[in-house]
Ligand binder design. Sequence first.
Ligand code: AKB
Length: 319
Amino acid sequence: MSNILVIGAVGQIGTELTMELRKRHGGKNVVAATRKTPFPKELEQSGPCIFFDVSDKEAMKKVIKEHNIDTIYQLASLLSATGEKDPDLAFQINLIGLKNTLDVCRECGVKKIFWPSSIAAFGPTTPRDNTPQRTVLEPTTMYGVTKVSGELLLQYYHNKYGLDTRSVRYPGLISYKAEPGGGTTDYSVAIFYEAIKHKKYTCFVGSHTVLPMMYMPDAIRGTIELMDAPREKLTVATSYNLAAISFSAKELADEVARIIPGFVCDYKPDHRQAIADSWPKSIDDSQARKDWNWKHKFGLKEISEDMVKNLTPILAGKK
Ligand code: AKB
């Protein structure tokens, strides 16, 4: 049985990952840490919730000692579009926050840490189709810079200090439980909210924009499967490519219109188009499939139907 600390427990991934970890390990064994208060009810009622900032190493150490933590999920992050508005803050939270956590892991004897990388680690000089595991990493955003640097830090702390560091490069994530905040791939979630509420959506990337995407249940399961995999099976010490499906903004809009008749989407690309254009269209994740049996379950049809089914009652205030 592990004693787990989730840092960034109220973010897009943290919200769902914390609850899933509490189901598997018991509520009291999974500490949720966030700087977003008040804590959501579900989180507060199901286990310990703690306020701290990733810049506060002493607060982090105190929690680790008090709860005998052996495993950390360090998810605190600004996403790509928000990071471009405040690159200094993105650097502080994403990279210095990770460095602080890695140092505290060493000092307090924490054994294992998960940290999320992203397709944002790639850039315009990376091959865009079926992007390989090992390739050019020259991102154009500060978010991407922190992802590449963070991946290298994980590898360094693993090689030098024997810390069990694990990571995946998430594609765009689609979920109905937590609204995304400040990502370039957010249109793939916002489209469902607007389609259900108003039957129309103005998309901030062009109709032909293709990006790799994944449904959150696949992402959560994949993350836990990687953390549970025997260390000797893992051959990537930076971050594993992780993929499910790729589709264009228009293919997504067509699928939404099939489920919600009368839905109309138009396209007004803004500054986020350049970020989307610098990222891969599809990802080769064969190393993850080989090393720890990664397999996605949800395709575009299943994602869209599940999103509409679950989000409709939430937006109607019934859930
Ligand atoms: C973003 O769009 O910034 C994120 C990501 C792909 O990491 N969803």
